[in-house]
Design a binder for this molecule. Structure first.
Ligand code: MEV
Length: 291
């Protein structure tokens, strides 16, 4: 039995979403796939592309304690702010639903996903696994029902800093800098509100992303490498670029409606792992659980 779920990119509003502001995020075409096979005795982890000491706790919470071997494959870079743990959580829940004969609608997946995401990220806002469960683009406010948003598909280039950020630590770092940085968190939230009515205006969205990156740097979650990748993308055709996710490493998201050839070429010439994808992507039919 096999199930999969997509990763995500936060377009605007990471970190400020933890404090009640809205954020905009979209599912990406890269997915995590979990396969369950019958196995004598305790449920065990088989082959896994995700190596994480919190994995055992997540499997114990999501699956029956006996009877299965669990194999995990993913297209996503791990720990790079692209929702690898959230996609794993949602794929595991789809399997649990299949085992229990439940039809896993969005509300069930989102509610159940919190406990799994807490294992990985402490006190997450819930945006990552909400997007993974929705398979589309969402406007998300903590504690409120997420709203699907119609966002014209955009070509983006993802530039990988090559290091992982620790979401729980980064969120705690931001918390420790409050209340001094609250005005910056407010500005991050305002950028989302200002951008939502004009999601079809790539130039305006790019400008908002540029501004968001400056604010994210001001709250201490960027790194010199992320700043360098943002600059490289902007100098090579991106309409806007910012870190995406918790920061401290992870990826930069560059908006490149023309296809991003120049951005990709410039990144690869410097040995940076960079790839193109379209956001949002997927759709409700993309997540079927296969027998
Ligand atoms: C992580 O992808 C996004 C953060 O805003 C944390 C969260 O919302 O839980 C940094």
């Amino acid at each position: 039995m096999r199930a999969s779920a997509p990763g995500k990119l936060i377009v605007l509003g990471e970190h400020s979403v933890v404090y009640g502001h809205r954020a905009l995020a979209a599912a990406v075409s890269l997915r995590t796939t979990v396969t369950l096979r019958p196995h004598e005795g305790l449920t065990v982890l088989g082959e896994s592309a995700i190596r994480d000491d919190r994995l055992d706790a997540a499997l114990a919470l999501a699956l029956p304690s006996r009877g299965y071997r669990v194999d995990i494959a993913t297209d996503l870079p791990i720990g790079r702010g692209m929702g690898s743990s959230a996609s794993l959580s949602i794929a595991l829940l789809r399997l649990r639903a299949a085992l229990e004969g439940i039809e896993p609608d969005f509300t069930w997946l989102h509610a159940e996903g919190f406990a799994l995401e807490q294992i990985f990220h402490g006190q997450p806002s819930g945006i990552d696994h909400a997007v993974s469960a929705s398979e589309g683009a969402l406007v998300y406010r903590r504690g409120k029902k997420p709203r699907s948003v119609s966002m014209p598909p955009s070509t983006v280039v993802v530039l990988d800093s090559g290091t992982a950020g620790n979401t729980a630590e980064l969120v705690a770092g931001v918390a420790a800098r409050r209340p001094a940085i609250d005005p910056v968190l407010d500005r991050l939230g305002e950028l989302v509100e200002r951008s939502l009515p004009h999601l079809d205006d790539a130039r305006a969205l790019g400008e908002a992303m540029d501004e968001a990156h400056a604010h994210l740097a001001a709250i201490g979650v960027s790194t010199p490498k992320l700043d360098e990748l943002v600059g490289l993308a902007r100098r090579n055709g991106a309409l806007g670029a910012k870190l995406s996710g918790a920061g401290g490493g992870g990826v930069v998201l560059a908006l490149c409606p023309g296809g991003g050839q120049d951005t990709l070429r410039a990144a690869r010439a410097r040995g940076i792992h960079a790839f193109r994808c379209t956001i949002p992507c997927g759709g409700q039919d993309a997540h079927a659980t296969e027998p």
